[in-house]
Design a binder for this molecule. Structure first.
Ligand code: NAG
Ligand code: NAG
Length: 214
């Protein structure tokens, strides 16, 4: 009896699963699907604004069309590898002033339009996996100040050819490896820290890397 029932009930079950999936996809294609704690608007850019909402996690239903995502001043502790990966058009992400202690390595994978990433004031972060920023070829501003960073792992800034502004002050960095800033030096001498420091004077002064006026 049971074995006869099973094949009959199956197609119905799969049908409803399929319907739910289709409904979800439809909802996602509407810009109007705004996560509960957020305010969303489309001009001048498609913006999802969820700052200061006491959020402890990144909303799972962020519209994939989002170009600017503001999540600062919350209590978020984790950036998952899946948090933003569908948001391929994202250009600005502010997630500063949270309590992030882990960024999963794939969190920003494929976000090759990202221009500005603000992770500052997440004082429990302490470590960033070296592949975290890989492929962010249009990133021009990266805030990593007040992140309790103890080190910058080898290759962390590799391939960030557009980076113009890198903020690293107020961390606990002890040693910097010679090749940390290699790809940020552009055509300058690989070992020319001072050349690099002309672009990010404040950062370099704090790090004791070189005199901005020299
Ligand atoms: C991303 O932007 C392009 C160009 O404006 C657009 O054609 C595409 O639909 C956008 N993708 C998403 C997921 O919104
Ligand atoms: C931040 O997270 C840590 C755990 O990683 C927790 O112990 C601490 O209480 C949190 N701080 C705040 C201000 O929420």
């Amino acid at each position: 009896m049971l074995s006869a029932l099973t094949p009959i009930s199956r197609p119905g079950l799969q049908g409803s699963k399929l319907l739910i999936l289709v409904l979800c996809l439809n909802i996602q294609s509407e810009v109007e699907s705004c996560p509960g704690a957020c305010v969303c608007y489309t001009e001048p850019k498609i913006t999802i604004s969820c700052q200061q909402q006491g959020l402890t996690a990144i909303p799972t239903e962020i519209p994939i069309q989002s170009q600017r995502i503001f999540l600062h001043n919350n209590k978020i502790t984790l950036v998952r590898s899946t948090s933003f990966t569908s948001c391929r058009n994202m250009t600005i992400l502010w997630i500063h002033s949270n309590n992030i202690s882990l960024i999963e390595p794939g969190a920003f994978y494929g976000l090759n339009k990202l221009e500005e990433l603000d992770l500052s004031d997440n004082t429990n972060l302490k470590f960033i996996n070296p592949i975290t920023f890989r492929g962010l070829i249009h990133l021009h501003t990266l805030h990593l100040d007040r992140c309790g960073l103890l080190e910058l792992s080898t290759g962390l800034f590799r391939g960030l050819f557009s980076l113009q502004y890198l903020y690293l002050q107020d961390n606990n960095l002890q040693n910097l490896l010679d090749d940390t800033f290699v790809d940020l030096l552009g055509s300058a001498d690989v070992t020319d820290r001072e050349g690099y420091c002309k672009h990010v004077a404040e950062t370099c002064e704090k790090l004791g890397l070189g005199n901005a006026s020299s």
